[in-house]
Design a protein around this ligand. Structure first.
Ligand code: HEC
Length: 104
């Protein structure tokens, strides 16, 4: 066995999720979210599980999620982070809903 499957960990996580959640998890990968919020921590960025628990208060509350999305994309929250501001409104909404709904 010479080679490993790159990203196998992420893949199995995605496979354990329902379909809609899979699409968002793929979106998070595509948008580079995991490069800061992934398992290998970079700087002060919290891990995805933590993001999710911080968004727990918006669970099932689309209006509050939308408010958060607007602030998030405006980049005012954490001193400009490109990956946040680059998100389309639709992508940001999908990711925020995904994180909030995944909260325990
Ligand atoms: C360049 C590194 C970097 C990338 C890439 C990145 N983030 Fe962040 N993110 C941060 C940092 C730093 C914070 C601020 C953490 C803090 O101050 O508590 C943050 C905060 C957040 C928060 C707010 C958490 C809270 O406390 O309210 C969310 C949600 C978030 N990021 C989601 C994402 C998503 C979704 C993506 C992919 C589109 C992404 N991030 C990409 C670095 C990054």
């Amino acid at each position: 066995m010479q080679h490993q499957i790159a990203g196998a960990g992420t893949l199995s996580l995605a496979m354990a999720l329902p379909l809609a959640a899979q699409a968002s998890s793929q979106l998070a990968i595509d948008m580079g979210c995991y490069s800061c919020h992934g398992a290998a921590l970079r700087d002060e960025a919290p891990r995805f599980e933590r993001l999710s628990s911080r968004l727990a208060k918006y669970k099932g509350d689309p209006a509050a999620q939308q408010k958060f999305v607007d602030k998030f994309r405006a980049g005012e929250m954490f001193g400009h982070i490109d990956a946040h501001e680059r998100l389309s409104p639709e992508s940001a909404k999908a990711l925020v809903r995904w994180l909030a709904d995944a909260a325990k």
